[in-house]
Write a protein of this length. Sequence first.
Length: 198
Amino acid sequence: MPSETTNAGIVTDENSGERHIPESVRADGSTRKAIKIRPGYRPPEDVEVYKNRTAEAFRERGKRIGIPGAASATDDKSDQASASSNKNAKRREARKKAKATADGQEGGSAKQDSDVKTEEAPVDPEVENEKKARNLKKKLKQARELQSKKDGGEALLPEQIAKVIKINELIRELDALGFDSEGNPKTTSDKATGDSEK
């Protein structure tokens, strides 16, 4: 009674213990005789190759986990993404409910809240002018420093040259805001002389 065939096609007879490759039929119809195998011979196909588990795991790493760093992008984060998306969905629903109740209860109270917000929004124009003047003063100072470097013979970058060119424009903007070329607020006498010069 023959046993299972090996990778090389060798069959071992369990009664006698002989090993042979059984006869087979070729594609052209002729028969191939059975081949006896010497005792102890192992063909290369049947030799088990030594497998280093560490090296094998290293080779298989791409198949198991994919690209390092992107391995669990879909598997692990899918649970996290669903949890965070659920949390965000709950927040959105809560906002909608709060908005609906605010609109449904009293339209006047909602309007009062919006009026309070708009009252906070207007800012003193003088404060705004001072902020703009401070920014312009800083730009003017930088431009003048670059101008002195240029007069000293240093080479300037194109951006720096553009700043130097804008000196007169910055002075005009300061004047329009009610400040002199140094960035100090004009007094009423300065404003009158400035108007008469125009």
